[in-house]
Design a protein around this ligand. Structure first.
Ligand code: NAI
Ligand code: MG
Length: 358
């Protein structure tokens, strides 16, 4: 089988970790006998912006829409382009135009990674955060009146549509149903936010009727964040609105280790449009150019992309390859954020070799 991938390395360490992501993908393609057509685009980065005054050319939709998936590094270079311009001009365009309404982030404690959850065994903590990515609290509806007076008033509305809520819930229930634990947790705050959140709860109850094998529980977002730290072993699939999911999906990687390993998928489950896979981290100007960025976030994102493309065995191989390399604790290979003295390419090459050897 052949998969066509649009590749954007982006800025800073994005350009350093991307080659390692591609190295892992190519090793997997060779081992599992499928073909990857990768096309690297030179836009959606600060250099392109400096030349053209915009992040992407006008024809990006047709060009990128024709691919099966998008493999993204990290965008942003605050010295030359304001962060809201780089983000809204590229990544958020992809998310919106390609209706990537699921933001999926695995939270997994790996053997060999130092984490604040030191008393937990790897394997105890292994779950997904499923975040609604298109509506909810992040709307443009609202405004400011009586500005500058003591009656100054600001309103920002939350938008929940039945279609929007049901489709994210359906995705999360399907994921839970397919998992061993068949257990779903919903993030709510219906005791405080008394119109939209009770609606969310109601839709969860409704959707649950279609999945009788899935056990459902819900927590208010405040205690849920505490439980991510205190009882991370309680979770399997956690589904949340845009804002709550945003918070949970940064908290997850924070409690399981370094941001350098965390991956994410921005997914259009219907496959009407390409989905986008990227590490959680940004372009890290503070370490860019030194060759020490951790490539695991990019490689793990590659594994998620393979899974999405239906290359399940290859995805599992990539996953177990980087888990094996990290668990070997060879500090000459591991990057400094993992406590080692290695480089981006020493770690990336070790993972690719492990993929081939497996
Ligand atoms: P950042 O994630 O780039 O860096 C935060 C800290 O984590 C830094 O100390 C960095 O050195 C470290 N770090 C990040 N990735 C690492 C890796 N792979 N290995 C080792 N250490 C790593 O976040 P920051 O500094 O807030 O943002 C920098 C730029 O990246 C900004 O322009 C921002 O807008 C952009 N950004 C882009 C994102 C994306 O493309 N999805 C996501 C987050 C930020
Ligand atoms: Mg965030």
């Amino acid at each position: 089988e052949t998969h066509s991938i649009a590749v954007f390395a982006g800025d800073g360490i994005g350009t350093e970790v991307m080659p390692e992501g591609l190295r892992a993908l190519n090793a997997a393609a060779e081992a599992f006998d499928f073909t990857l057509h990768t096309t690297e685009y030179d836009y959606a980065n600060a250099e392109y912006y400096a030349k053209h005054g915009q992040m992407m050319p006008d024809h990006w939709k047709e060009q990128i829409g024709a691919h099966d998936a998008i493999f993204f590094g990290a965008v942003g270079w605050p010295e030359t382009v304001p962060d809201h311009v780089s983000l809204w001009g590229s990544l958020l365009q992809f998310r919106q135009h390609f209706d990537q309404y699921v933001n999926l982030r695995p939270v997994k404690l790996l053997d060999g990674i130092k984490s604040p959850l030191a008393d937990r065994k790897p394997g105890d903590v292994d779950f997904y955060v499923v975040r609604e990515n298109t509506e909810g609290e992040y709307s443009s509806i609202g405004g400011k009146i009586f500005e500058g007076t003591d009656r100054e008033t600001v309103i920002q509305e939350t938008v929940m549509t039945r279609t929007g809520v049901d489709r994210i819930l359906k995705y999360a229930f399907e994921l839970a149903q397919a998992s061993g634990a068949k257990h779903l947790t919903s993030a709510t705050k219906s005791n405080g936010i008394k119109i939209s959140m009770p609606y969310w709860d109601e839709r969860v109850e409704q959707m649950a009727q279609n999945y009788p094998q899935v056990t459902v529980d819900k927590f208010h977002i405040d205690i849920l964040t505490a439980n991510f730290v205190l009882h991370p072993d309680w979770f399997d699939v956690v589904v949340a609105s845009n804002l709550f999911g945003d918070i949970l999906s940064d908290l997850g990687p924070a409690v399981t280790g370094t941001i350098g390993i965390a991956p994410s998928g921005n997914i259009n489950p219907e496959r009407k449009f390409p989905s986008l896979f990227e590490p959680v981290h940004g372009s890290a100007p503070d370490i860019a150019g030194k060759g020490i960025a951790n490539p695991i976030g990019q490689i793990w994102s590659a594994a998620m992309m393979l899974e999405h493309l239906g290359e399940t065995e290859a995805a599992q191989c990539v996953q177990s390859a980087f888990e094996t390399v990290i668990a070997q604790r060879d500090s000459s290979l591991l990057t400094p954020d993992l406590g080692g003295q290695g480089t981006t390419s020493s770690l990336g090459r070790a993972v690719a070799e492990q993929i081939t050897a497996q």
